[in-house]
Design a protein around this ligand. Structure first.
Ligand SMILES: Nc1ncnc2c1ncn2[C@@H]1O[C@H](COP(=O)(O)OP(=O)(O)OP(=O)(O)O)[C@@H](O)[C@H]1O
Ligand SMILES: [Mg+2]
Length: 260
């Protein structure tokens, strides 16, 4: 991952430790942001992780966006999704519905740097608007040539996982915003396997997550939105891992400190 800003020593080391990767084989190699196209007064300029970052590169089949609530992860993922031609609320690139107009002006300032392979299939899946996407999936599945689905007749987690399993395939581009939100730890492992399987078959994933389980995908790049401009981060340095492991390994002590 590179950004136009001056890299800190820690970041340079992290980049140096990252094994060389066939960036050209990625469907989406990078995005650039032209800040001249963004209003002076826009809230986008107040998002520390993004402000002034002019280029973000994606060098692995799986890239995670991590960071504190409100750090800008969904804003970036959604802008990439819209720039790639996805419906801002989610779905495939053929979806054309919106129950609200939430997307920011960031996508208009964004340029995609594509790889040599064409993006001919993909899915934008976000936890917060899953209900509407499931409704559309049910509807579309009853159209010509479809296999009728009944996503609303399953639990939240069951339908989310089923939709992912029905929609993911090798060679596609998948943008997922907190896919773990509906899933039990067991089903997060199932999703992890699904992602690894598709990534091995040429799919590319950009995933916003707080899940220490999903973040464990081997060979993935983790980009953090904490502590200044977006930059690479090791698994063990993510808050998702640190806070979860601290709690699980010292539960009584942590609770005593918090509650007393
Ligand atoms: N339409 C808007 N107007 C003003 N500020 C906004 C708007 N949409 C988002 N923001 C702000 O932009 C920042 C980034 O929001 P974003 O949704 O990208 O965070 P996030 O990293 O995805 O957080 P979370 O982990 O809670 O989902 C937040 O401070 C949010 O309040
Ligand atoms: Mg978000």
């Amino acid at each position: 991952m590179t950004a136009r800003r001056e890299p800190s020593p820690a970041r340079s080391e992290t980049i140096a430790r990252t094994e060389p990767s066939p960036a050209r084989s990625q469907l989406l190699r990078a995005v650039t942001i032209d800040w001249e196209k963004i209003d002076r007064g826009s809230y986008l300029r107040d998002i520390e992780a993004l402000a002034s970052v002019e280029e973000i590169t994606f060098e692995k089949a799986v890239t995670f966006f991590v960071g504190e609530n409100g750090s800008g992860k969904s804003t970036l993922l959604e802008a990439i999704a819209v720039a790639c031609g996805f419906n801002p609320e989610g779905g495939t690139r053929n979806y054309n519905f919106s129950t609200y107009d939430s997307h920011s002006e960031l996508y208009g300032a964004m340029r995609l740097v594509r790889g040599i392979r064409r993006i001919d299939w993909g899915y934008f899946l976000r936890a917060e608007s899953f209900y509407n996407v499931a409704t559309k999936e049910d509807e579309y599945s009853r159209g010509p040539g479809g296999v009728p689905q009944h996503y609303h007749e399953r639990s939240h987690g069951e339908s989310f996982l089923a939709l992912a399993q029905n929609s993911f395939r090798g060679g596609g581009l998948y943008l997922l915003d907190e896919p773990e939100a509906a899933l039990s730890p067991q089903r997060q492992l199932t999703l992890l396997l699904e992602i690894v399987r598709c990534a091995r078959e040429g799919a590319q994933f950009l995933i916003v997550t707080h899940s220490p389980i999903l973040l464990g995908i081997p060979g993935a790049e983790i980009l953090t939105f904490d502590d200044g401009p977006i930059h690479p981060c090791e698994y063990e340095d993510t808050d998702s891992y640190k806070v979860t492991s601290m709690f699980v390994n010292n539960r009584e002590q942590v609770l005593r400190m918090l509650l007393e």
